[in-house]
Design a protein around this ligand. Structure first.
Ligand SMILES: Cc1cc2nc3c(=O)[nH]c(=O)nc-3n(C[C@H](O)[C@H](O)[C@H](O)COP(=O)(O)O)c2cc1C
Length: 265
């Protein structure tokens, strides 16, 4: 619950009542006068304290407004509302691969994406209509997701900086486009993990359009597989994008097995 500014737990009315009760008990005029002065001083102190607390809340409220956030000022034990924003962690750093109308391979970085169905296996990526890739996905009804490693962060970022409309990003980075044998889209040979997808659904959400792709195959370099033949996150070393500060991060420590550690409670 937000706390109201200007609230003090000690009310001046309580002090007033207490001191007047004391004064009524005494017939001594000088004592009554001194008590009255004391009441006035206490009133002033309480008033000043209330103003100090209120102005503290006002200052915090102004800061929140400047950051464009909702005015929900709370005490230190409560959460601060940051407004309706795309702030959640982690988000991926994926290269969405596609062919343009001339068959030129292109790719763009997408952080707005994630697995969205287990059966059929599906992945969703959200693209702005302004991207060159958007038209390609609409036309070809296919895309790939190439997952770069941490060591490839510069090349990956480049794919999010320039447009395939006027730049050959593959030529510029030295990455190799490989035609998928299952869908009408290229993937990045140098990326250790790749998904090949056919577009199943398209949702116009607003600024972004979400493409839900059915994953027809996952391809991984032998070097990133674990003993069970699964892509090992520590070998793939995917790049995590942090939307809040727009910084790339790496993968941290293992915290335990899912569907298992919770049993310790
Ligand atoms: C870290 C990062 C994440 C991005 N995520 C998205 C995204 O999810 N959707 C999107 O439309 N653009 C995203 N972009 C911007 C596009 O990658 C960028 O506009 C790119 O130049 C579009 O390429 P294209 O015009 O060749 O399609 C991202 C860029 C970066 C650097």
């Amino acid at each position: 619950m937000p706390r109201k500014a200007g609230f003090l737990p000690v009310s001046s009315a309580w002090i007033d009542d207490a001191v007047l009760w004391l004064a009524a008990k005494s017939d001594d005029k000088p004592i009554k006068t001194r008590i009255r002065t004391l009441v006035d001083v206490l009133h002033t102190l309480v008033f000043l304290a209330q103003r100090v607390v209120a102005s503290g809340f006002d200052l915090a409220a102004k800061r929140a407004t400047m950051n464009g956030a909702t005015l929900m000022i709370t005490d230190s034990t409560m959460k601060r509302s940051l407004g309706a924003k795309t702030l959640v962690y982690p988000t991926p750093t994926w290269i969405v691969g596609s062919y343009d109308a001339q068959g030129k391979p292109n790719g763009m970085v997408a952080a707005w994406g994630g697995i969205c169905c287990s059966d059929p296996p599906c992945v969703a990526v959200s693209l702005r209509k302004a991207t060159y890739s958007y038209g390609s996905l609409i036309e070809r009804k296919a895309f790939t997701v190439s997952v770069p490693s941490q060591s490839q962060v510069k090349e990956a970022d480049y794919f999010g900086l320039v447009s395939g409309r006027d730049t050959d990003k593959f030529a510029a980075t030295g990455w190799t486009p490989i035609r998928s044998d299952l869908v009408d889209a290229p993937y990045v040979q140098e990326c250790p993990l790749v998904l090949e997808c056919k577009v199943l659904q398209i949702y116009d959400l607003g600024l972004h359009t979400q493409f839900v792709g059915q994953i027809l195959d996952v391809k991984a370099d032998e070097s990133v597989l674990d003993s069970a033949g699964m892509p090992d996150i520590i070998k793939v070393m995917p790049i995590i994008f942090s939307p809040g500060n727009r910084v790339y991060y790496g993968v941290g420590d293992s915290l335990g097995h899912a569907f298992a550690v919770g049993k310790e409670i």
